[in-house]
Write a protein of this length. Sequence first.
Length: 73
Amino acid sequence: MELLMRLRTRKCELCETGATVAVHQVAGLKELGRPGSDRPAWAVLMAKMRRKTLVVCAPCHDWIHTNPVTRVA
């Protein structure tokens, strides 16, 4: 239900632009790496929100896939 409300805002949770959005999802929060490591901004935001999903626009979704978390746990 909460994810639906986040989708309905049609606002990217990374760059905050209003656009067509999609959901980026990880299997578990462990995939986001450890605090203090060289995590990309998207992983830091997801960890801070303690969510396995992130509502993002197409350019941000592409950026997420080109900047993965390099070291997990």
